[in-house]
Ligand binder design. Structure first.
Ligand code: SF4
Length: 429
């Protein structure tokens, strides 16, 4: 998709240039600069070699302690609040249902994905454990402490799932196994199912098999980009990053064989320059393979190579969110949908009355991810405000209220006759 003409916009467009979608030509990442030698490979942290003391909250004004997986992991701020390690409140939700863990090393992730706050090029400005992923900080803590806390009351835990996010590092395959073993030695994987957010670039089929044999329930691949060109531009050669589209798909297919139907999937970020048709083609392909897609709305993370670019217009995001839900959970196929000449969804392939019921249920607009214990289509992983600020929510980490549904309907251009939504109305309640 190369057209940037404002006349391409649907009525009610909310994006830049008068468009209601992020077009490929507009979404060019910056090129990464060279990192001066004194900042490469976590050298400042390794040279200072400060021992960690308890939980470490990202703070670039102090020297980052030397923390390394498998002894240490980072966790989402939402998980740290839920676990009682950090004080805080999250707009609209009291806890998260997924304990998201992230491997950590002073050298950090060796990849350079253009949209990611953890990317390698950032080592010249900030130590790894002080970088945020997308939007939120990830405090670091010892894995033993996490296991102690959960094992003390597995039945009473608010977590429905635990997820280990691998990063691109020579030790991450082995360390993921060790972190997993620390967990499964004390916590029954049937009580709290385990997901793996993988890093295919360093993985073999045996690695995938081993994670399954050790009790992991779901295996996902962070494909992120919806087309080979976009993948290469944002996480491959275009940004001096090691990932390839082929390796990611090879690993996804291995996961399908090893984990089986409904137990594998891919993350996709919407709004990095793909068309709605292109992203929906991937969604359909995943469902046809027996898996699921987990979606994120592009957010221009400060310090990333895409921080100068617009967040995904809500019009585009809502159309794709809704269409993805129909394909993943309602049996609709993309060949029943219609797309306009710019690849935008113009017909969802379902009678208006049925579509209306699905919109009003609100689940389509909640965070997507691996299921928890409430329902198959309600993600345990609600990632509060991981792809938007609370003032303009992309993925709702809570059940939508009437005002939220009206807001979503207004973004979709689907308000019912006589129905209104005033911007900010949800904060007046
Ligand atoms: S591999 Fe993952 S953590 Fe590393 S830069 Fe890419 S998106 Fe970020």
């Amino acid at each position: 998709m190369t057209c940037l003409k404002p006349e391409g916009a649907l009525p009610g467009a909310t994006g830049t240039d008068g468009l209601d979608f992020n077009a490929y030509d507009r979404m060019e990442p910056r090129k990464p600069g060279a990192t001066p030698a004194p900042f490469r490979n976590g050298k400042p942290v390794k040279d200072a070699n400060i021992s960690p003391a308890g939980l470490y909250r990202p703070d670039y004004r102090v020297m980052t302690p030397h923390m390394r997986s498998p002894e240490y992991v980072q966790m989402s701020t939402a998980a740290a609040i839920t676990l009682g390690l950090v004080e805080g409140q999250m707009h609209g939700c009291s806890c998260t249902r997924c304990l998201n863990l992230l491997l950590t090393y002073p050298e950090g992730c060796r990849a350079n994905c253009a949209y990611c706050g953890l990317a390698r090029h950032r080592e010249s400005e900030r130590n790894y454990a002080d970088r945020n992923f997308i939007r939120v900080d990830w405090p670091a803590v010892s894995m033993d402490e996490i296991v102690d806390r959960i094992a003390a009351d597995v039945k009473g835990t608010p977590f429905h799932r635990m997820c280990i996010s691998m990063i691109t590092h020579p030790n991450s395959d082995e360390d993921t196994v060790t972190v997993l073993k620390k967990w499964t030695d004390r916590i029954d994987p049937d009580a709290i199912p385990i997901s793996i957010l993988s890093n295919p670039t360093t993985m073999t089929r045996d690695d995938v098999q081993r994670l399954r044999d050790m009790g992991s329930d779901i295996f996902t691949v962070a494909l992120d980009a919806a087309t080979p060109e976009l993948f290469d531009r944002t996480r491959g050669k275009g940004v001096q990053s090691p990932h390839t589209w082929k390796k990611y798909w090879d690993t996804l297919l291995e996961a399908r064989d090893i984990f089986g139907p409904q137990k594998f999937g891919a993350h996709i970020i919407v709004g990095m320059g793909e068309t709605e048709y292109e992203v929906m083609k991937v969604v359909q392909e995943l469902v046809d393979l027996g898996g699921h897609s987990h979606m994120f709305c592009f957010f221009p993370e400060k310090g990333s190579l895409m921080d100068h670019l617009p967040a995904t217009p809500r019009d585009q995001w809502r159309r794709v969110q809704l269409a993805r839900y129909l394909v993943d959970y309602c049996g609709v196929r993309i060949d029943q949908m219609k797309f306009d000449e710019q690849g935008r969804i113009s017909d969802f392939g379902m009678p208006a009355s049925e579509l209306s019921v699905i919109i009003d249920a609100g689940i389509a607009f909640r965070t997507s991810g691996c299921p928890g214990k409430f329902a198959e289509d309600i993600s345990a992983c609600d990632r509060p405000y991981g792809d938007s600020p609370p003032s303009n929510i992309a993925s709702y980490p809570f059940a939508l209220k009437d005002v939220d549904i009206r807001k979503v309907r207004s973004q979709l251009g689907m308000l019912r006759p006589g129905e209104t939504y005033e911007p900010g109305e949800e904060f007046d309640l």
